[in-house]
Design a protein around this ligand. Sequence first.
Ligand code: NAP
Length: 258
Amino acid sequence: MIDRPVAIVTGGSRGIGRAICLELGRLGWAVVINYATRPEAAEEVATLLGQVGGVATALQADVGRADDRQRLVDKTLEQFGRIDLLVNNAGITSVGRRDILEATEESWEQVFATNLKGPFFLTQRVAREMIRLIRAGQMAGGKIVNISSISAYTVSTNRADYCMTKAAMSMMTKLFAVRLAEEKIQVFEICPGVIATDMTAPVKEKYDRLIAEGLWPIRRWGQPEDVAKAVAAIVQDAFPFSTGIRIDVDGGFHIRVL
Ligand code: NAP
């Protein structure tokens, strides 16, 4: 078994996941950089981590597929022997961003598989492995971090499926938090606001305008590193007596203003 803590970061090859992988690497963690379709992006993150003395491996798996999730966990255990942290970060937006009256079942199925079913069953499997390792005295505890969104409580009528998966992820955080507390596993939800990544690139002009108009108090784009810093705080045990909490990384977007 490797002598440093091990993290699986789903969707670790680009955007927010990439920043989380790099931050964990800096903190001395071994990182499994999961990706779905673009090996070159994941390999680049692995190379960057290798250059600073990190331990990292890129692993393809579609989190929406049961056999892929199984392989992701099996390979991680085969290579490192432990899983101290799971970051459920992989996610996709609504396909075609169609109005709710035109929304399709194809988008629903893809978005729910990636954003909700995948994280739920991956958490279930990883939690079982963590419990086994903790009970055997091989790990002191475990942590699970779910990357949700302000869309968990904010309506976008052209992204109904996306919003619903993120709302469900908030409940999923609380469900696992309660079940896993006695097993020494903490569960957190990080709720990012608008973050500059490939996902938001197609709507950049809209958000540039909304930011200039002051839609949230801190008038700038969120950066992937803003989210990574919240993960860093969690893994450095900044919240030893917390579980099931939502950490807002949103420039203050969640505050209602009159
Ligand atoms: P992104 O730049 O589009 O990157 C998505 C990542 O997820 C990529 O690494 C991608 O891998 C991977 N991925 C997609 N589908 C996957 C699947 N089925 N299985 C495994 N990996 C998969 O996205 P992002 O903006 O960083 O978003 C990351 C998370 O933050 C998402 O859950 C998103 O909902 C959430 N979020 C984002 C924002 C924002 O403003 N950007 C705000 C709030 C919440 P490949 O490249 O290989 O496909």
